[in-house]
Design a protein around this ligand. Sequence first.
Ligand code: SF4
Length: 669
Amino acid sequence: MKPRTLFEKVWDEHVVVQEADRPAVLYIDLHLIHEVTSPQAFTGLRERGIGVRRSDRAIATMDHSTPTLPKSLAVIDDQSKAQLRQLEKNCEEFGIELFGLDSPYNGIVHVIGPERGFTQPGQTIVCGDSHTSTHGAFGALAFGIGTSEVEHVLATQCLLQRKPKTLEVRVDGRLMPGVTAKDIILALCAEIGMDGATGYVIEYTGAAIRGLDMEGRMTVCNMSIEVGARAGMIAPDDVTFEYMKGRDRVPQGAEWDSAVERWRGLQTDEHAKYDKRIVIDASKLEPMITYGTNPGMGMGINGKVPGLDSLDDFSQQVAFEKAMLYMDIEPNEPLLGKKIDVVFIGSCTNSRIGDLRMAASVFSGRKVADGVRTLVVPGSHDIKAQAESEGLDQIFRDAGAEWREPGCSMCIAMNGDNLEPGQYAVSTSNRNFEGRQGKGGRTFLASPLTAAAAAVTGEVTDPRSLLFLLRDKAMARFTTLTSHAVPLTADNVDTDQIIPARFLKVTDKHGLGDSLFCDWRYHEDGSPKEDFVLNHAESQGAQILIAGHNFGSGSSREHAPWALLGWGFRAIISTGFADIFRSNALKNGLLPVEVTPEVHKELMQAVQLDRTTTITVDLLTQSVTGLGSLEATFPIDAFSKHCLLEGIDQLGYLLSFDEQITNYEQQRT
Ligand code: SF4
């Protein structure tokens, strides 16, 4: 048999009829329904006297027009109320399972599908919403449809479709700390523009994609539509199966095993040919932000808005000028430092638990800037409950952000959550079209880290300046840190093992994260060793390292804490640290947390067992909490604690005595 791509395998499996020069009749496995694009479709069925062919292959939710303020508050207007009531009536009449506002499983349609296990590899999935491409992260062929097509699927469980071409987007390398899945997809949008993948189904491949967890993969596939693609897909692997296992609607027991065996075949065959290929180097990406009125008008956050002369095409020039006028932004200027009014963290692109954890890591111990309204809207009730069990809601509230009920909210501004004319927002959603988030509102799309950084500074900000040490900046503040952790079981890890001596030749303390535990982490040829814990997908984004006993012995090199910070760690938990390492770590804003062997054992075992386990390190109370009831204290000297809490490094502390030093010098002369 001819080698086939992932897309071709799923397509072939679902063609019911293919007549010459006609679109294929494609069978649909799962139909997702919401209140906005379905009422007329049900009316059409009634008018023709047709029933729903397979109500067991459809589920419905309420998300677009639903209030995100507490449920006691009213739906925004009578039209929205009527839509919600109509969906209830339609589902009841046609026997479709509905996750309504009172359901504990209610949420955004593209969040609850995967969350409940409806979304499965190899399926065809449709919904009257263009971001249905999200579900492609599981190796499904998933795409948005119009209301007439909603009616077609309800009536026949099939759609008329012409076969798209295939585009491989290979993302090689590894993302640097502070750069996320959202930045990958915004970078692709910026590179190929809104129509760069029109007529294609994208398959995302490469080490950086494999290194993403399922939430990151969903973020990438979600925005495939923004480059014009029919769908985005990622071949399922162990990360996929690990995410799915045990969810409500996935097969259980022996059926699970045989399903996984079948799904493993959903890989693009060796020698299969894509119609087109694009390659991106993840290690070169920085946090991205859009400046214009479509997701393709984006750039690295430290870049400048392009000039008109960078565009050859006349229609592009017209669109660019119109966008600049609407956004009230000047060409050739940086966006960094631009004042903003609103931050929105939510939508089916970035409202999952990992997104909220990322945002909380920035908000922790900080306050939302004066005059900035910040909404944090979880994607589902499940995510809301999980976030609240981890204390993330409290972090958002303490910072001054609004913690809301689940829903689409300001992604589409149909429920009363919207921008005022002229306001600037940094938003984690997927579209920055004119008026999308409110008439006259102006949207900068970015990752949850970048959005949270803008919330606390009140301006467009490189999130890395708040997360890590940056040149010319004081040390990052450390107050409370809640994160999942990396378990490194080896005892007596020395500084040569943390970062080998050959890296002492570098002239810059930044960028060493890539070389952390270098000799354990990479093969001779530079490829990652898959079994080393730092290379596991679950380690991505972790800010706590649980190290073995006696960590950091050996030389006095400060490169060791630089490398650990460069990777993204902010705290190391061990039963003991070498004195020089402890001192170097504290000087650089890395917190050594010394706990008893009993507490250490409990933490290490829990994290090894479940890599999503989160731990909270609170510097103010010098405590470590987590695993339900665990609570332990750790020692730290008062001066180091003060410096970390205030974000003052030792040079900053010395500089604060400038006046006294000047007086002293004058007395001596
Ligand atoms: S969050 Fe936005 S893109 Fe996603 S389903 Fe809702 S309206 Fe559509």
